[in-house]
Write a protein that binds this ligand. Structure first.
Ligand code: VTB
Length: 345
């Protein structure tokens, strides 16, 4: 995959974050999302690539932009033949979440970001819009913890791998009623719980970086966000497993269909023959080359949020590449027309 793509996708997430952050705290989550979608799509269509959205804003008839199957990139546009030689270009699959944590933006809370993951065609798990049970843990615990073990067992394993006590560990769990028993088990095991209202992608990736004071993500979130998290964790060597939840009896919030049988049938139609499988990061993001990019919209554990100044803005992004085996934090000052002086801190 072209190395320049790894740098161009920084601008894609930066532009989405700059657009969305203008709506921080205004209580308008749909607008915060929509402006991020438009900005991300516009910048992606300026990249010399043949991209296809595999995880996006929904099915074609639900989402006017960045719908599943939408083609993006210069070489997919009507005049492509004038500027591209399609045979030369790798077809790539793109998973996007232009505003991960729309509620966080709308209410000015930490942890939202514009995020995407890229792999060559077929290299990302085409997750349905279902829920997913997730387990994320530091690289030291990769392959040693297991989503099929209890939280108590996994906490002991993580503590041993990190040479810490269980009491020192912090586990991020989404603040939902479905997690009542899980939260109690984590507390009974002696670990500490950090409840989040939204934004489990940031929480998952934070497990792979020391100094974040986050040592695990446990619980149920959305499957599309799980694939994006897995792409980052695969590149970082962190532990990530995801198990699809298709039974509305397990999660009652309506993100998934009305019946277990109907959901199982939909998974079969999608070619998912092992609905109970605990997929690893390497299976969810199986591409030979995987890229991940995120830009903070509001401040988070890993990145600053967007800061505006007269005529410009400052952003902080994280770009991870399995190709170059790098995780780059990019601090960008966007110089507008009227900017008077650049704020260096
Ligand atoms: C989850 C989580 C996301 O929305 O999808 C959550 O993975 C929705 O969960 O990070 P509920 O349906 O229980 O509200 C996010 O938090 C933000 O998209």
């Amino acid at each position: 995959m072209e190395s320049t793509l790894g740098l161009e996708i920084i601008e894609v997430v930066e532009q989405a974050a700059i657009a969305s952050a203008r709506w921080m705290g205004k209580g308008e989550k749909d607008i915060a999302d929509q402006v991020a979608v438009e900005a991300m799509r516009e910048r992606m269509n300026k990249i010399h690539m043949r991209g296809r959205i595999v995880i996006g804003e929904g099915e074609r008839d639900d989402a006017p932009m960045l719908y599943i199957g939408e083609e993006v990139g210069i070489c997919t546009q009507p005049d492509a033949k004038d500027v591209c030689n399609p045979e030369e270009l790798l077809e790539i699959d793109i998973a996007v979440d232009p505003c991960e944590g729309t509620n966080l933006v709308a209410y000015g809370q930490n942890g939202s970001m514009a995020v995407l993951a890229i792999a060559e065609k077929g290299g990302l798990f085409n997750a349905p819009d279902f829920y997913m049970k997730k387990l994320a843990a530091p690289p030291a615990a990769r392959g040693k913890v297991d989503i099929n073990k209890s939280a108590t067992e996994n906490l002991k394993i993580i503590a041993e791998c990190l040479n810490r006590t269980v009491e020192e560990l912090v586990v991020v769990v989404m603040d939902r009623s479905r997690h009542k028993e899980l939260i109690q088990e984590i507390r009974d095991a002696g670990a500490r719980v950090r409840l989040i209202s939204d934004g489990d992608v940031s929480a998952a990736i934070s497990c792979a970086f020391s100094g974040t004071n986050i040592h695990a993500l446990m619980g149920i979130g959305a499957a599309p966000e799980g694939v994006i998290s897995a792409a980052a964790m695969r590149c970082l060597g962190g532990h990530f497993q995801g198990q699809l939840i298709y039974d509305p009896e397990v999660v009652k919030t309506g993100l998934i269909g009305e019946s277990k049988e109907g959901n199982l049938a939909r998974l079969t139609e999608m070619g998912i023959t092992e609905p109970d499988r605990a997929y690893t990061a390497e299976e969810l993001a199986s591409g030979k080359t995987v890229l991940f990019a995120a830009c903070g919209i509001t401040p988070g554990t890993l990145m600053e949020g967007v800061r505006y100044f007269h005529g410009g803005a400052r952003t902080q992004s994280l770009v991870i590449s399995s190709q170059s085996r790098t995780a780059r934090f990019v601090d960008t000052i966007h110089i507008g027309d009227e900017v008077s002086s650049l704020q260096l801190n």
